[in-house]
Design a protein around this ligand. Sequence first.
Ligand SMILES: [Zn+2]
Length: 287
Amino acid sequence: MNNEIFQTVNELIKNKKLPHAILIDAGSACARDELALYIAGAFVCENGIPCNNCINCLKVQNGSHPDVIISDPDAENEKTFKIGVVRDIRKDAYIMPNEAKHKVYILKNVDRMNIQAQNALLKIIEEPPEYARFILVCESRAALLETIMSRVTPFNLGADDHGISNEYLQAADGLADKLVRALASVTELEFMRLTAQFEKDKELLSPVLSSMQLIFRDAVAVSTGSNLLLSSHSETAKIIASKLPLRTIIELIRVTEHFFECINKNANKNLLITRLCSVLRNTAYGS
Ligand SMILES: [Zn+2]
């Protein structure tokens, strides 16, 4: 495990300062799970640290603690983290813990929630029952709403061989901004020039789509007079809102969601990229 983070977490445990909502991202899936279970152990341990000795710790370790609830779309053979599951968790959170002083929810792959599901999740972590604790786990926080990020204490396990670095995510976010601006311009030339980058690096597709979706969402907010902007590209959102009709922007959100699902279903990336570019162009320029 990442030693620096492990030390920080142990400091928080020692000072009884573990926050009620935690996000663990980056690193390997294995390292994320390890940290999530360690923190869950600290929440339920009779000795207030994961002592690995008490009945609560032992139950966490063998996965049988009734107050440590793990929800993972992968375990249900689902590609996305569904809003219905989030609503069930919300209901369940109002039932008191069985054995421990806390009830801990480990929610895996939260980056596979759409905006509606994330907003439902936000409601729980904003005003949880006092005994409830939430550990959100995902590969990358880039797909999470800023309102969620503002409510959690994040631990980034850093890039490993299979992880995505912050620099990479920033580059993807920058490309998303340029692509969205290009969609608002008169000619398609710049858009086509930019999409050539996907041919070079297909892994860009997912983080770029997720950033684009946030910008489109903000453009809808601008169009409908809301001030609640979530992306860090409010200027771009305003440009899009002034250049494209609202129904087109809503359609663009739908398009990006559709392609997200395709990526999650492991569709052929070459075909996806070609289709995405043409669908985005037709949607924006056809309006
Ligand atoms: Zn213990």
